[in-house]
Design a protein around this ligand. Sequence first.
Ligand SMILES: Nc1nc2c(c(=O)[nH]1)N[C@H]1C(S)=C(S)[C@@H](COP(=O)(O)O)O[C@H]1N2
Ligand SMILES: [Mo]
Length: 256
Amino acid sequence: MSDRLLLPRRRFLRIAAAGAGTGLLAGCDALSNRTGFIDVLSAAEPLNRTAQRFLSGDRLVREYPANMISPSFRPNGSINPQTLEYLALKAQKFAGYQLRLRGLVERPMEFTLDALRALSSRTQITRHDCVEGWSAIGQWTGVPLAQLLGLAGIKPAAKYAVFHCFDDLSNNGSRYYESVDLRDALHPQTIAAYALNGSPLPVANGAPLRMRIERKLGYKQPKYVHTVELVDSYARMAGGKGGYWEDLGYDWYGGI
Ligand SMILES: Nc1nc2c(c(=O)[nH]1)N[C@H]1C(S)=C(S)[C@@H](COP(=O)(O)O)O[C@H]1N2
Ligand SMILES: [Mo]
């Protein structure tokens, strides 16, 4: 679990911050400035200061035992994308797929599926709630988005993560997209998932990669994701409301 990587660092940072305030670190000029100290730590850590700011005090959603996994995870929305770029990748069993990290990152990066599978993963059994009135419990495996964004480096101006998808749900040349704030992007249960119930993600559920952002409703769980873009605003994107369904009137926050 990624938490194991993250928790000791969080604890360390809290101790460091507390120490700076109580004079525990007095006498050490290099550490006397809290911001400076965190910067020093960041240089040696995959997550930078912007990431760390969002990592404290986030509640986890409930995770379920394996015997509660739904026999089949109902697919919804796009279930078989027909855009040319998607069909080309699917024809090669997604061998040429890359997840791209773009926008307000220090280092734009790409990850093949093999590269993603080689990173440390998180597996979680959670309940998906669709506003159309159904729920399903599934086991998802993927890479914590915090880990990926930590590798790319988050620029201080970044406020939102936008997920760009391959599918054209309304069949008008547009593409499904979604966005969340950095707090949800960096939440420990937010993962770029490549497996459902122990098997590669089926096409109907978002192959080869979809997000699980577990504190959010179904429409904020983008499937067929090719790019994660960090932005300071989503106002100039598509309909300006931060997501496919948001542009049609749904709530942007979409929490459960
Ligand atoms: N790219 C993309 N992501 C999407 C959708 C979609 O149509 N396209 N539908 C959303 C909705 S409304 C729901 S309920 C879930 C459904 O996920 P599932 O197909 O795995 O059940 O995906 C969400 N993510
Ligand atoms: Mo949904």
